[in-house]
Design a protein around this ligand. Sequence first.
Ligand code: ADP
Ligand code: MG
Length: 573
Amino acid sequence: MTRLFNDPDDFAADSVVGFVAASARWVRPTNGGVVRSTRGAEPTVSVVIGGGSGHYPAFAGLVGPGLAHGAVMGNLFASPSAHQVHSVATAAHEGRGVLLSYGNYAGDVLHFTQAQERLRAAGVDCRTVTVTDDISSAPASEREKRRGIAGDLVVFKIAGAAAEAGHDLDDVERLAIAANDRTRSLGVAFSGCTLPGADEPLFTVPEGRMAVGLGIHGEPGIDEVDVPTAAGLAQLFVESLLEEIPDGVAREDARVVPILNGLGSVKYEELYVVYAEVDRLLAEAGIAVVSPEVGEFCTSFDMAGVSLTLLWLDDELEELWLAPCDTPAFRRGAVEGRVAVETVASEEEEFVIGAASDESKRAAQTVGRALTAMAAMLDAEAEELGRIDRIAGDGDHGIGMQRGSKAAAAAAEEAVAGGAGARTTLHHAGDAWADKGGGTSGAIWGEMLVALGTALGDDADVDADAVGSGVARMKDAVMSFGKAAVGDKTMIDAIVPFADRLNERLDAGDELVAAWADAAKLATEAAEATANLTAKLGRARSHGDKSLGTPDPGAVSFALIAHTVLDILKGND
Ligand code: ADP
Ligand code: MG
């Protein structure tokens, strides 16, 4: 239970203010997160980490000399937006390139990749290493699909130490990859976390039972067993992790760093009881333990859970793991020669409204009305969408869509009031949606609105044909951005039939409203039919079978939106 908050909607932002106030020795605020408040004598490669809030000390607690240069801070359990990533990376850049590193989650990948493209386009050498340590989230043959949990710390620490030692970007990237290749984790949970202002936990585990492999956002586990003794849990951890010794490691003279991580409400003494047995079992297996860590490194609010991470060292990784660092939440040895940097207010990008034709301005007003209606509808449906997402995903689809559409509606209203055309209004709304909605759906809806806006332009009359080709463009944009195909159990399963049917009917000579009504009906049927599919992409992927019988939340929300827009189009007639 999270007891203390003001307005629950402001929880993440309020927490950032307090964190920054308490941590000025290490960090200063910038748009989208924090960067170091000191610099060394020489510029280094910049390591920029991040993800949703709710996992402290991941991510902002790991910013400081010897570790990360900046952390992008998304909303609760929602990936930060591309805009935020770009802003923090730009503030952290010292001229020697940027390494982006974060846990492998679909929403984070979309937003960080988009930011990477923007940084590269601006001439900044930028690379990415995603963390994939959680052995329960995909089989060993598909390691690149695994998600990142407490192994984040390992990859960030190694990359940060390599940067601090003066390595160039090629080398920092190589070492971060090596660290990820040699890091494996397994987690368990006894009960779920309750987000600020929520009445119920995000997920539950039956009394007396333990979910094995449950994710840090409550993504379902792979198994459920009776709660074992502390020794029994240590045995499960060590046995499971020893079954997957990384390539290139000889077990006989292996040296490992064990990290026993509490997820929120399993506290230190309890962890030490487990660690006693972990230590004994590793010794028994003939494995040398180096510089172990027991504490909280990647949490999930007040979730009752524990994970064990093993980093299999080589000489290079060992030296970097042991190198000094100084951050709010993780310190080692003494870091010297730091100079304070002055805080300069980072500038907000200005929003410019260009010229537009009267027809396009009228279309922009319709866009504004549609977005306002969507925001009201999604506000009412947020709980149900969250419920569907909780079954196989992480339960945030309702909140994400609610936040994103609200921000998009406000941005559209601002643009329309300033005399913007359809293109400008949709671009402004799309950026706001991606920025405030976060998550996979935030990135995708942002991309869709921007693509639609580009198709509609600021001058042209928006007639039925323009809407038809705009929607087709929107469909193409999501497919090339998210790389999902029909049948993968994503919103694509509703978008494709919707866009295709709309254009078929328009080509056959139907009026816009009639064509849209038919397409929206088909979108609803298609969304319902996703219940029969298993998920192949997104957060729900690692628990594909669990989603059988439940429709895809993104497809459901798309169909609802298609109907809301239909009502607005009808009103225009
Ligand atoms: P997150 O998955 O980051 O928690 P949301 O819960 O807001 O984000 O959105 C989940 C929805 O995003 C899914 O139901 C699915 O429809 C959609 N989605 C996930 N991955 C993709 C993708 N690659 N392409 C299109 N849609 C996707
Ligand atoms: Mg979700």
